[in-house]
Design a protein around this ligand. Structure first.
Ligand code: 5AD
Ligand code: SF4
Length: 450
């Protein structure tokens, strides 16, 4: 069989990164090796994101850059998958005629046959059909050599927040069977993984539709029982699905990291209603209080949209007040962006770009102050760190995360890769910490030594 080289470009969320790894695993038996050099590849796959207009623009500018490559190598096959593929379908061929394959979010696992077909028939294919079931092959994370890994546990979303494209491009919520998920995590652990992050667009509604006889807290208990696994995280949670049982599970299961990403989106009830979020500020704050009471030092992070249609200065002030009250560890903040199919695109009272930008900067400044204050308070403290790899900015440093998901860099010692260490926080910066190792808590194979 001919040896192929595949280059994969991933844009977007962690789930897309997970799906790109699935692509590599599915293509390996068809003699495809991953290359880091697009110029060398005879197959280029682009895994796309449609969440905001900016992410979509990235897709088309990347495709624009591939035009020359296709002219030089007419045999090169270019495939576009993920959310923009699902949203745009055949229109991608009009905007980028050098694309050979468009595969939507539910066509991911048909990728090997789609590529074979394109190669044999030498004609364009677009597959964006939705299926009613999750046809996910059991790929069990084989061959992965890392310390941390993502595991998708559910796909799709039924919430229909009015600004969001996800329900249209990812389809209805579907959960993977718990035994398949647990098998996948065990296989990752056997390959050296120590921390898993369970992924879903609405991860804490796992199993809620009843087609899986296991709910989210029960799944966490099963994962917690896996020997050799040290840490469990999950993202993204919807506040309306944060149950007392889930809070209890995070508080009581030893491997659960004390961190929850709980996007609030806005601090104004009027805006939350227009967003169709299904909770009020009061409900949200009540859950935050419960979390803080049940889980000592819990880290809470959030997503916030500024400039949603109709957002007044008063609404925005309410968001600032909420950010202050929750005292978030960090937030992702976004300017509202119109998306195809999203109902809010048709709302008339849009906020101007100038005001959006000013609100975004104001919110970011406020959160920076809070994060800095929290990071400074950690100086001198000792925290457990899982060492994940080398720091991107300084190769002489290793990087890892605390239980609360703070990035901490430490002096490099190769032998620490993949280990749990206790580190003293020496310095605090805006986005990370610097620390020194005070104790090595060795993890050998699947057994915890010291
Ligand atoms: N405009 C701006 N931000 C958006 N998000 C989702 N849709 C939009 C949009 N149309 C943000 C939300 C979500 C995060 C992943 O992206 O805050 O939680
Ligand atoms: Fe989008 Fe809302 Fe679903 Fe999150 S919960 S994916 S914001 S529709």
């Amino acid at each position: 069989m001919k040896q192929h080289l595949v280059y994969i470009k991933t844009i977007g969320c962690q789930m897309n990164h997970y799906d790109s790894e699935r692509m590599v695993q599915m293509l390996a038996p068809l003699n495809h090796l991953l290359t880091e050099d697009a110029e060398q590849a005879d197959l280029i796959l682009l895994n796309t994101c449609a969440i905001r207009a900016k992410a979509e623009q990235k897709v088309f500018s990347f495709l624009g850059r591939l035009r020359r490559l296709k002219q030089q190598h007419p045999d090169l096959i270019i495939g576009v998958g993920g959310c923009v593929a699902q949203q745009e379908g055949k229109r991608i061929f009009e905007r980028a005629p050098h694309v050979d394959l468009v595969f939507g979010t539910h066509a991911l696992f048909r990728l090997p046959e789609l590529i074979s077909k394109v190669r044999e028939q030498r004609e364009r294919i677009c597959d964006i059909t939705f299926s009613n079931t999750l046809e996910e092959p059991d790929l069990a994370g084989a061959g992965v050599r890392r310390t941390t890994a993502f595991v998708t546990i559910m796909r799709g979303c039924d919430n229909f927040c009015t600004y969001c494209v996800v329900p249209y491009v990812r389809g209805r919520e579907m959960s993977r069977p718990s035994n398949v998920i647990i098998r996948e995590i065990k296989s990752l652990v056997q390959n050296g993984v120590r921390e898993v992050t369970l992924l879903g667009q609405n991860v804490n509604s796992y199993g809620k539709k009843g087609h899986i006889p296991c709910n989210f807290p029960e799944l966490l208990k099963k994962a917690n029982d896996i020997d050799g696994l040290k840490r469990i995280r999950f993202t993204t949670s919807h506040p309306k699905d944060l149950s007392d049982d889930l809070i209890e599970a995070i508080a009581s299961l030893p491997k659960m990291c004390p961190h929850i990403h709980l996007p609030v989106q806005s601090g104004s009830d009027r805006i939350l209603k227009r967003m169709n979020r299904g909770y009020t500020v009061k409900n949200y704050l009540k859950k935050v209080s419960k979390l803080k009471r049940a889980i000592p030092h819990v880290a809470i992070t959030s997503d916030i949209i500024v400039g949603f249609p109709g957002e007044t200065e008063e609404d925005f002030e309410a968001t600032l007040a909420l950010v202050q009250e929750v005292d978030y560890d960090s937030i992702f903040s976004f300017k509202y962006s119109d998306r195809p199919n999203a109902p809010s695109t048709r709302f008339r009272d849009k906020v101007s770009e100038k005001i959006n930008q000013r609100r975004l900067e104001h919110l970011m400044r406020l959160q920076e102050e809070i994060t800095r204050k929290k990071n400074n308070a950690l100086v001198g403290a000792t925290r457990e760190v899982l060492v994940e790899g080398f720091s991107k900015n300084a190769n002489s440093r290793l990087t890892g995360r605390t239980l609360c998901n703070r990035i901490i860099n430490i002096e490099a010692m190769d032998s620490l890769l993949g280990q749990l260490v206790s580190a003293r926080v020496e310095k605090a910066y805006k986005h990370c910490l610097m620390g020194s190792v005070v104790k090595i808590d060795q993890v050998k194979g699947n057994t915890h030594v010291t």
